[in-house]
Write a protein that binds this ligand. Structure first.
Ligand code: FEO
Length: 618
């Protein structure tokens, strides 16, 4: 019996899930299964995009037959010849002998190699097109994403990119077909990263090339050969692919991979993790003897800093660690800071050997300190672990505050003060959820289009207002005037709406037509908006919203963020005795050093980039 899914009015998914496969490509465990996608376009001509793995060939053939509904199969586009997408090729040809094969020249060679068949092919090159009636398909070569013959296909009518292996994931579809039908970030992002890093991680340059071609296209939908179809929030997956293909970390934090036979090296790694957490640095730990290398490789692509801790074994690196390092080097890991811990009861060699393996990788910053343990950590060595933790923290602060790389590899400074040269406004962002009114201070509202009239606002997820907008999709923006006193900033910016009624002391209850409150005094205007799109930007959510109502409230100048800093925010009196950091936005003082790299101001929710050392601090 067939099992198909409708993708668009004339595209049907005719693939299948496989949950019995233990090891994908014989290497990668797939505990949640994998999908082999194939798509059938029902235009004036019928077009099949790739076939499937032999494990699901039977179901696939039933699906194709059902979806064709008696029509002939006119074209088979072969985008990728790896057998997980081509194993059903020969059987398909037996059943549809008149089908025309569309492929590139290298694919034709591989068809001959795999099947020893002479088939009727139409060879296509970059930007060649195939008209199928309503649709026009354009072929885009994507060599080494993941094999050299790979090509993608762009449907310029419905703006669909059939992307072959790109943008896929491990994991069965479980009845869904679109990424927005599932909690993708929670349930599939890790597997998408593991799929990308292990399958095409080595080929970042080639993926960049495909991304560049894709950026020139208008794309509304991505149909990959594994995993979900993307029809919404395409920027989510594009932005991940950009980071991964540039070998840039997704998050600041430390991945610790350790090899330990009797637990002593593991303990050193655990103590280091504790010290890192003590200073606010995220950590992820893996025992290389237990966790599959593919998971650790994916984590290495995720985190900014890597620590390898290994015993010495047969005068070398412990075997599982050695395999992991070889895999990481093979997958082209780069742009990371690395620290090393070795253990050797009589002749420790693993530290230098680990360093020499990673030195081959591009732009790896190996921290000078290698901690060498003899059998077990000694109390006197605890300070070495603290020193390593501090060195990692210092490196992370440098990375987050000021250092990037130009294309030519030269260091480029990012002076955060340059961002302060941008002109920002200052606003009270209000929302209403049921009977609950709330507001917070915001400085990122801009108009983005006139027709339709739309604005954008970035909202820190740590703010209660962010939760309310996420639930209701509506908000008001009250534009503060230069006459607004600091007390307005305190009222809406220095407390959380979770446990405070920010309007409790107000003698007004002014609302726009949407029922949401606005601030009638010390403001120049109010704008009501309804969210049409949103984008996850890590710490913030970027909302794009349609303007429903807008009112001018006064002719005063609107307050800029610069004006607030220079004229409204109270100036701190110097403190010679205190050591610590002060939030440049609201004046909150963090006492002590160092400032944790992921510290968020508890008052205004700004990050470490908005803190500066207190005067009197070294
Ligand atoms: Fe899913 Fe490269 O095959």
């Amino acid at each position: 019996m067939h099992c198909v899914k409708k993708v668009t009015n004339d595209i049907v998914w005719v693939g299948a899930d496989d949950r019995r496969l233990a090891m994908f490509e014989g290497v990668y465990s797939v505990p949640c299964g994998v999908s082999y996608n194939s798509y059938l376009l029902m235009d004036e001509k019928t077009v099949l995009f790739d076939t499937v793995d032999k494990a699901v060939q039977h179901r696939f053939l039933e699906n194709v037959s059902f979806a064709l509904n008696g029509r002939p199969l006119d074209y088979l586009i072969v985008q990728h010849m790896e057998p997980d997408h081509s194993a059903a090729f020969a059987e398909l040809l037996c059943r549809y002998p008149k089908v025309k094969i569309i492929c590139n020249a290298l694919t034709q060679t591989l068809i001959k190699q795999f099947f020893d068949l002479d088939v009727d092919t139409q060879i296509v090159k970059e930007n060649d097109t195939l008209n199928t009636g309503r649709h026009t398909l354009r072929f885009i070569m994507a060599p080494m994403v993941h094999w050299p013959e790979v090509m993608a296909t762009y449907d310029s009518i419905d703006k669909i990119l059939f992307s072959a292996d790109a943008f896929g994931t491990f994991g069965a579809l479980n009845g869904a077909i679109f990424a927005d039908e599932v909690d993708f970030n929670k349930d599939y992002l890790d597997e998408t990263r593991r799929y990308y890093t292990n399958i095409v991680g080595k080929y970042g340059t080639q993926v960049q090339s495909l991304l560049k071609k894709a950026s020139a296209l208008s794309i509304d939908m991505i149909c990959p050969l594994h995993g979900f179809v993307w029809r919404r929030n395409l920027s989510d997956i594009f932005s991940k692919y950009t980071l991964w293909s540039l070998y840039q970390p997704e998050e600041q934090g430390v991945m610790i991979a350790y090899a330990s036979v009797y637990g002593n090296t593991e303990n050193a790694a655990a103590i280091l993790a504790c010290r890192l957490r003590d200073i606010g640095i995220k950590t992820a730990m893996f025992d290389v003897s237990v966790t599959p290398a593919s998971e650790i490789i994916a984590a290495a692509f995720r985190w900014s800093h890597l620590v390898f801790a290994s015993i010495t074994y047969n005068a070398g690196i412990f075997v599982a660690m050695e395999t992991l390092l070889a895999d990481l080097v093979a997958h082209n890991i780069q742009n990371r800071t690395v620290a090393v811990i070795e253990n050797g009861s009589w002749a420790a060699t693993s530290g230098n050997l680990i360093r020499s393996k990673l030195e081959k990788c591009k732009n790896i910053n190996l921290l000078e300190l290698t901690i060498s343990i003899k059998s077990n950590m000694k109390t006197a060595q605890l300070s070495e672990l603290e020193t390593m933790a501090e060195a990692i923290a210092a490196d992370m602060s440098r990375a987050t505050a000021s250092v990037g790389k130009n294309e030519d590899g030269k260091t480029a400074s990012n002076d955060s003060d340059a961002l302060c040269k941008l002109s920002y406004g200052l606003f009270v962002l209000t929302s209403k959820d049921g009977q609950k009114d709330n507001g917070s201070i915001n400085n990122t509202v801009v108009q983005i289009t006139l027709s339709p009239l739309r604005i954008a606002v970035a909202v820190n997820k740590a703010n209660f207002t962010a939760d309310m907008i996420a639930r209701t999709g509506e908000f008001n923006v009250s534009v503060l005037s230069e006459s607004a006193p600091f007390s307005v900033i305190e009222q809406f910016g220095f407390a959380s709406g979770k446990d405070t009624d920010k309007f409790a002391q107000c003698d007004y209850d002014t609302r726009t037509a949407n029922g949401i409150r606005y601030i009638p005094h010390n403001t120049t205007g109010v704008i009501s908006a309804k969210v049409s799109e949103f984008y996850d930007c890590g710490t913030h959510t970027l909302y794009i919203a349609d303007v429903l109502e807008s009112l001018v409230l006064s002719d005063e100048p609107s307050m800029t963020y610069r004006y607030y800093l220079d004229h409204v925010k109270p100036q701190l009196s110097p403190s010679a005795n205190k050591q610590g950091f002060v939030c440049k936005v609201c004046g909150y003082v963090y006492e002590g050093e160092p400032l944790p790299v992921d510290f968020l101001c508890p008052i205004c929710k700004h990050g470490v980039g908005d803190f500066e050392p207190l005067r009197g601090t070294k």
